[in-house]
Design a protein around this ligand. Structure first.
Ligand SMILES: Nc1nc2c(ncn2[C@@H]2O[C@H](COP(=O)(O)OP(=O)(O)O)[C@@H](O)[C@H]2O)c(=O)[nH]1
Ligand SMILES: [Mg+2]
Length: 478
């Protein structure tokens, strides 16, 4: 059952409660469950902390937070030092006021068998004691507001609920501490960073395949942070901030070539993967499905220059007519800007879905890098280490998963280096976790090819395009 609680209101309530992240679950709604004290008690008794919200016909929103549970006891007051009343909107306009229970007050909550949620002596907020039916969607609750146990900052009921308890809705939510992290990982520390670094550094394609590097392709809208991710990864392994890829904000893609970055390590030598940076996706311009297809298949030479007005000339002498497994892409990462996920134009989303379909048909594994997590949550901006505790980032990860139909465990929150002058453990760990998964997937992909070859398929081309794919292509359902 979902209610009317918006993200902004949840955030405000969490700030007022002041004891960390919270989960809100709707327990009771008068429009869904019917309005009666008995139903309220049946749904809300002994459920821990709750918040009650009322929405009246003058478009005012107000209510109360009880840190103690409700009970069906006949007529007694209890002390609840953490309880407070509040107003969120007044006559349709945001008005944020918290009215705390007065110090040492023994009457924070009122437990009454025949009462709906009731706060304070007298009472400061009495919701209802009857079972009104609704007329035109409006419930004429017989409650009232009157300052006594709570500090109402000198405001009378007329300034909080317009002096009216005629409500369109009353909701009670259970308020719980949320699990500390939305994704469990080993404890973040220098040792974890070092062990991830060494695991990523040790990964290389199986010797029998005679391929030196995994190719990881970054695909995503212009400005999503593809080039910045290449810089972040080179910085991690160079032990200093690097700026090999040119990044920045512009209307169209700054990156216009296919650039497979090799990653040098400080001690010398290169790692056995290449991060392949490309031109970004745009509504009208940008990389298209045919170019993407050639990229995945390894037809485009390194440093291929994408052009805005012409496609790929397959007769060009540089076009790789017979790509080997080493030229092909072994894992794709879709790069999405977490801060502007809601603003992505539908055409760009559709293009990305087409690219994803194409990858799936070629059995190329996929992950998502959800960048700019520092712009999703201020707390994460000040400490990247808190990213797995951020509800906002957790929600964006879910959104990204739904957007592309990719499981949540394949969505990696990323903070790229953009203004920093020094490395950061959290930034490095996020990038390394993502890389480790992409390399594992690239390895799985190659292993599958190896296995197929072992079963005497002519070559990996048959793996790349199975019979059903060819039929699908012939019928034009790409
Ligand atoms: N705050 C913040 N900015 C970022 C992050 N990643 C990239 N940027 C900025 O976003 C802009 C576009 O990045 P860029 O890497 O050029 O995107 P590309 O078009 O996908 O290659 C640049 O101004 C970057 O500095 C990030 O994680 N956090
Ligand atoms: Mg770029």
């Amino acid at each position: 059952m979902t209610g009317n609680l918006t993200k902004a209101v949840r955030k405000q309530l969490v700030a007022w409660i002041g004891t960390g992240s919270k989960k809100f679950t709707l327990l009771y709604s008068i429009t869904k469950d019917g309005c009666s004290p008995q139903t309220f008690h049946q749904k809300c008794d002994m459920k821990g902390a709750t918040v009650t919200l009322l929405y009246n016909e003058q478009k005012s929103v107000f209510g109360g937070y009880a840190s103690l549970p409700w009970f069906s006891i006949g007529g007694s007051h209890v002390r609840d030092d953490a309880a407070f009343l509040f107003q969120l909107r007044f006559s349709g306009v945001n008005r944020l006021n918290k009215f705390p229970v007065k110090p040492d007050n023994a009457s924070g909550l009122y437990y009454g068998l025949d009462y709906g949620p009731t706060f304070g002596k007298g009472h400061d907020l009495l919701t209802f004691t009857n079972s009104p039916s609704s007329s035109n969607g409006i419930y004429a609750l017989n409650g009232s507001m009157s300052a006594s146990s709570y500090d109402m900052k000198g405001l009378g009921a007329e300034h909080i609920n317009n002096g009216s308890m005629k409500c369109l809705e009353l909701e009670v939510y259970k308020v719980e501490d949320i699990p500390q992290q939305w994704r469990k990982t080993s404890k973040w520390c220098k040792e974890l960073e070092e062990s991830l670094k060494s695991s990523v550094s040790s990964m290389r394609p199986a010797r029998e395949l005679k391929v030196s590097d995994f190719r990881l392709l970054l695909l995503g809208p212009v400005g999503s942070g593809k080039s910045s991710f290449c810089n972040t990864v080179t910085s991690v392994f160079q032990d200093r901030i690097t700026q090999r890829a040119i990044c920045g904000k512009a209307a169209h893609s700054i990156t216009s070539v296919y650039h497979p970055y090799t990653i040098k390590v400080r001690s010398g030598g290169c790692l056995n993967f290449r991060l392949c940076d490309t031109r970004g996706l745009e509504e009208e311009l940008g990389i298209d499905l045919i170019q993407c297809n050639h990229l995945l298949d390894g037809n485009l030479p390194e440093f291929f220059q994408f052009s805005a007005d012409s496609g790929v000339d397959t007769n060009d002498s540089l076009f790789v007519q017979e790509p080997t497994l080493a030229d092909k892409i072994h894992c794709v990462a879709f790069v999405l800007d977490g801060a502007t996920l809601d603003e992505l134009p539908q055409r760009v989303i559709d293009k990305m879905k087409d690219f994803r379909k194409l990858c799936t048909r070629k059995h190329i594994p996929q992950a998502v890098l959800l960048t700019k997590v520092d712009l999703i949550d201020d707390v994460v901006a000040s400490s990247v280490n808190s990213v797995l505790e951020s509800i906002d980032v957790g929600e964006k990860v879910q959104e990204a998963a739904e957007l592309l139909g990719i499981p949540e465990y394949n969505i990696h929150p990323i903070k790229n280096y953009n203004t920093e002058v020094e490395l950061d453990e959290g930034v490095n760990i996020l990038a390394l976790h993502a890389l480790q998964q992409m390399l594992n997937y690239a390895e799985d992909f190659m292993e599958n090819i190896q296995q197929r070859e072992g079963k005497s398929l002519r070559n990996y081309e048959e793996y790349y395009m199975s019979e059903s794919d060819v039929i699908e292509e012939k019928t034009g359902t790409l």
